[in-house]
Ligand binder design. Structure first.
Ligand SMILES: Cc1ncc(COP(=O)(O)O)c(C=O)c1O
Length: 364
């Protein structure tokens, strides 16, 4: 089976450096929040252009802690999309706030700023744009609304490490940025991990405390927090991968360009590129009204295509009780037609050709 994403191939491509980093940590005697994490945090901050980066246990925790730092209070509403990983929405509820779903742009699949404005109430506190698949949301549109209504912006960058929006790295544009280092992510560890970025000193200090029981430097809890720390092994491994992130993202773009060219002859939509954002192709998502049959055909032919995401969050059993106040027609239609093809920097030419061959043998 040709995998949709392939974290093992990533490991093998840098095996020597990763093994050396792992041994260095094993012998150091420091395993959680030590010098490797500090080093990686400062490298990651420099990479994104944010002043601060704070390592945490996962992307979900990054969102949860970022929202905790914004003091939402009960009854607060957070506007986001339903076309995202459940994690985005789970984190809002973990922070005690109510998710309010708005629709996406049909081309980029990212939050529709016009829909945001209609969804604002006196209880709205935060907007979470999700840079889905590796392409940035319309941040000018989001920031303009946030400024006008006095709202905070938390960027969900879980799928977009290294994506730029108008020459600024995602995670440095809103008030806070949240990254995931889940192994299949384009900057993935060999376990769970996450990062919060911000250029606001007070918010940075706050999240540093919140990730460990609200501790201040003296290990006194100033406020209730959580336990969500990045470990030394993940930081050391991620530091190796960060060095080649831009090159890896470029490999992804090359694979995407090959797919674009080869698929132009078939009645499927290839991914849109916004003029304002580059696209690092965490996922390469095409669209077809025969999606389910095409997915079955690809699986039968050894291609591990997948759907991100088949069931929008507001239609999942755990979240059905959330009010569906605003139109989500674009979201619901997309969910039935989208299909993610295999993409990762190490994808072999033969495998790429095999995917294209499998598509060409499908009866559209
Ligand atoms: C858009 C989005 N947000 C948040 C997350 C949560 O990240 P994690 O799995 O590290 O908790 C993910 C990854 O699953 C994601 O894709």
């Amino acid at each position: 089976m040709i995998l949709c994403s392939n974290p093992k191939a990533q490991y093998l491509a840098r095996q020597q450096q990763i093994d050396a980093a792992i041994h260095r940590v094993l012998e150091s005697g420091h395993y959680i929040l030590g010098p490797e994490v500090e080093q990686f945090e400062s490298e990651f901050a420099a990479y994104t252009g944010a002043d601060y980066a704070v390592g945490v246990g996962s992307g979900t925790d990054a969102l949860h802690i970022a929202l905790m730092a914004l003091d939402l209070g009960p009854g607060s509403e957070v506007i986001t999309v339903s076309h995202t990983a459940v994690a985005t929405v789970a984190a809002i509820e973990m922070a005690g706030a109510t998710p309010v779903f708005v629709d996406i742009d049909p081309k980029s699949y990212t939050i529709d700023p016009q829909a945001i404005e209609k969804a604002i109430t006196p209880r709205t506190k935060v907007i979470i744009p999700v840079h889905i698949y590796g392409q940035a949301a319309d941040m000018d549109g989001v920031l303009d609304i946030a400024r006008r209504f006095g709202l905070k912006v938390v960027e969900d960058c879980a799928q977009a490490a290294g994506t730029n929006y108008k020459n600024r790295s995602v995670g440095s544009i809103g008030d806070l940025g949240c990254f995931s280092f889940f192994p299949t992510k384009n900057l993935g560890g060999l376990g769970d991990g996450g990062m919060i970025t911000t250029s606001d000193k007070a918010l940075a200090e706050r999240v540093v405390g919140l990730r460990q029981y609200g501790w201040s430097g003296s290990r006194l809890s100033r406020e209730p927090g959580v336990n969500s720390r990045l470990d030394e092994l993940q930081a050391a491994i991620l530091a190796v991968k960060l060095k080649s992130l831009d090159a890896d993202n470029q490999h992804r773009r090359n694979v995407a360009a090959n797919y674009d060219k080869a698929l132009a002859q078939f009645p499927i939509n290839t991914p849109y590129r916004s003029e304002d954002s580059d696209h690092i192709f965490h996922l390469y998502v095409v669209r077809s009204d025969k999606r389910d049959a095409l997915l079955r055909h690809l699986h039968d032919n050894g291609v591990g295509a997948a759907v991100h995401y088949a069931v929008p969050v507001h239609m999942q059993p755990a979240y059905k009780s959330l009010a569906r106040i605003h139109s989500l027609v674009v979201t619901e239609k997309a969910a039935g037609e989208i299909l993610s093809l295999p993409i990762y920097p190490e994808l072999a030419k033969d495998d790429l050709q095999a995917v294209i061959g499998a598509i060409s043998s499908f009866k559209f």
